[in-house]
Write a protein that binds this ligand. Sequence first.
Ligand SMILES: [Cu+2]
Length: 446
Amino acid sequence: AASAGVTPTGETTTVQVEAKNMRFTPDNIDVPAGNRLVIELKNTDDQDVHDLVLDNGTDSGRLSPGESATLDVGIVGEDLDGWCSIAGHRQMGMVFAVNAIGAAGDQTAMDSDGSGQDGSGHGDSGHGGMDGMDHGGASDGGASDGGDSAADDLDFMAEPGRDFSARDAALPKPDESAKPKTIKKTFTVSEVEREVAVGVKQKLWLFNGTMPGPTLRGKVGDKFVITLVNDGSMGHSIDFHAGELAPDQPMRTIAPGESLTYEFTATHSGAWMYHCATMPMTDHIANGMFGAVIIDPPNLPEVDREYFMVQSELYLGPQGGIVDSAKAAREEPDAVVFNGFANQYDHDQLRAKVGERVRIWVVDAGPSRPSAFHIIGGQFDTVFKEGAYLLKPDNEEKGASQTLDLAASQGGFVELEFAEAGHYPFVSHVMVDAERGAHGIVNVTD
Ligand SMILES: [Cu+2]
């Protein structure tokens, strides 16, 4: 397909190419038009999976660190663009160019400026970054915008089926034992299709099969022993904000089939985020790899009900595809959601009774946007944010709070008692986000 009617020379050009640190080396090769091109590709990265696809359809397949592949590109009669098709790698500049020297209508001089650069912007390259993406290669749904996006099927007013049930937002009660304990948990990464809004499916990358991943809870002094298992098809990792340690080893990216152990002791209370820390994190977080670790402040009072909400953004690829890297890099979400599904608590509502004390923990997983957690008709008499009480009941000022503001990665909790029976919507009061999925209802009864 690359020959473009050129007369074969009978010669073969063979080049060695390395893939490492989001770059191909060399990233630009000259081939006399008419020659057969063979690329011997080696992934010399320590951690990440890579591949090389060319816009004539040549595809190395995915290579784990240390693996090699030989690509027979065929007879080269025109310039070719290439890139790594692992999500987000192209956006980070992992592009490749083949210059066909002496081809009919040879535009080598122009192309050596242009090709290979177009797709390599760092997320702010605007149209240049986009145009390069429409050339057919994004077969795993890494996808362009402007093409088919599941966003076309988004309907925030759509009703789910009768049997719909939301992610259980109830937080298990804390372990009341006074002594510090060890909490062991395996986090298995898988890449699976899930519904993220009514009628919208994405192939998410998940910790233990859910977005967000499991919510862990402990106390200051508890030790966590986490085993991370990568059952995915690319490199992944995990970063627990709840622990203080050198990230080098525990937060390293591991290849498919590998595992690691990550131990930390909870030295401080808080509503802590965890997430995959593999580049580009925008994509790995947006595609489902995040969750919360709740470390109770000492003497946390018991309440009647406790819920958790983890807010995140969706940058939709095609139906059944993965995150749209270009959209994510431009911070143009199609939806913003609590606990992984647009408006899910409108349909399967949270419950509370008049006079009950309700505590809601909130973590903003981003990857990029803040949250402004507000309950319409409610006032918070208690606010705990980022490790400190901002407000407690019966304060001298007779003050209360309307909104818990969280930057991406921050967390805390609010408490309130509902004044009377009714349906109390909760939102991110960043209104554009409330109107694209960051919305739910607390159904309060007598
Ligand atoms: Cu990941």
